[in-house]
Design a protein around this ligand. Structure first.
Ligand SMILES: Nc1ncnc2c1ncn2[C@@H]1O[C@H](COP(=O)(O)OP(=O)(O)O)[C@@H](O)[C@H]1O
Ligand SMILES: O=P(O)(O)OC[C@H]1O[C@](O)(COP(=O)(O)O)[C@@H](O)[C@@H]1O
Length: 302
């Protein structure tokens, strides 16, 4: 079973505004409210691709209740821990001439709620895959993913981490099966702006030296690079298509990769599925469906 953990789920309020202007009243052209947060998006796309999984994490208030309801209505299995105070965040995704985002902080997660998560995770074993994805509320230390993995160290399950900065760097010593920073996040870790594929590959390999097994670097409209644990490197431009909504493209890529890996046990196929799912989500209003992913997969020429 795949378990995703989202410390900070969200309702994503995705609004399109023509020629958005600061300091005046703008009116929306279209608007949507979708359950989001990185692990939750991974769960949604895994479900779309027919891969059974359970979404874990913390929810609070009426926004949290709506996140759970929407996921269950979509057919996702959930086992959230309810925080008695505060509310899950609403993240604003503004689509105009440029895409802008405002991501909230999220409710305070207490020690007893964290203990409940650790109890749920203690039943996982080597046949399971654990996906830790997204930011943590700013009331928590950057060592939290590391502390979770320390407790699970002897379980030998595959771990996927999609996080930024120290939250990611701190877990590398536990040898995550897959990490998926984007090119900007990779550069930020090393205090550099990475300008070429060669530079990106060089620093992806640095993360492997620090402990990561497989490193998938997403580059939005520029495609992706994948450096495998067995020393291979795959590079792919992004499939051609019209960008509709890139929210969740990175999470879709993780879900596509895992689906491909579970299906064929082959890294190249997993990479192709990752690219296809990422772009399928970028080319549609909501997250990728199986048919959309298959259509792009068929068009890939490598
Ligand atoms: N504009 C786009 N055109 C085509 N594919 C895209 C586009 N944006 C994202 N994708 C696909 O989704 C993947 C993940 O997107 P990216 O924006 O890099 O992730 P993140 O949201 O984690 O930063 C990319 O590697 C690519 O395959
Ligand atoms: O936890 P973070 O880093 O604040 O990100 C949360 C946001 O990221 C998303 O999961 C989308 O992520 P990606 O576009 O990187 O795939 C949104 O659904 C959510 O609002």
């Amino acid at each position: 079973m795949i378990y995703t953990v989202t410390f900070n789920p969200s309702l994503d309020y995705i609004v399109s505004v023509e020629n958005f202007k600061v300091g005046v009243i703008n009116r929306t052209k279209s608007e949507q409210i979708l359950a989001g947060g990185k692990g939750i998006n991974v769960s949604t796309v895994l479900t779309n691709l027919g891969v059974q999984n359970t979404a874990l994490g913390f929810i609070a208030g009426f926004t949290g209740a709506e996140i759970e309801r929407a996921l269950n209505a979509h057919g996702c299995l959930t086992d959230f821990i309810k925080i008695p105070e505060g509310m899950s965040r609403i993240n604003i995704k503004l689509r105009s001439n440029e895409e802008s985002e405002i991501n909230g902080q999220g409710p305070v997660i207490g020690d007893s709620e964290l203990k409940q998560l650790n109890e749920k995770l203690s039943i996982l074993n080597e046949d399971d895959i654990l996906v830790l994805a997204g930011s943590i509320p700013n009331t928590m230390p950057d060592s939290i993913y590391e502390e979770i993995l320390e407790k699970l160290e002897n379980k030998k399950m595959k771990v996927v981490v999609d996080a930024t900065g120290d939250l990611l760097v701190n877990v590398l010593k536990y040898h995550p099966f897959l990490i998926k920073p984007n090119n900007h996040e990779l550069g930020e870790i090393f205090g550099k702006v990475l300008k070429s594929n060669d530079e990106i590959i060089k620093y992806a390999k640095e993360l492997q030296k620090m402990g990561a097994r497989n490193v998938l670097i997403s580059m939005a409209g520029d495609g992706a690079i994948f450096v495998t644990e067995d020393g291979k490197t795959f590079e792919s431009p992004a499939p051609k298509g019209k960008l509709v909504n890139s929210v969740g493209a990175g999470d879709s890529m993780v879900a596509g990769f895992l689906t491909g890996y579970l299906k064929e046990g082959d890294y190249k196929f997993a990479f192709k599925m990752g690219i296809s799912a990422g772009s399928a989500s970028a080319f549609s209003e909501e997250l990728a469906t199986e048919q959309e992913v298959q259509n792009i997969l068929k068009s890939l020429t490598f």
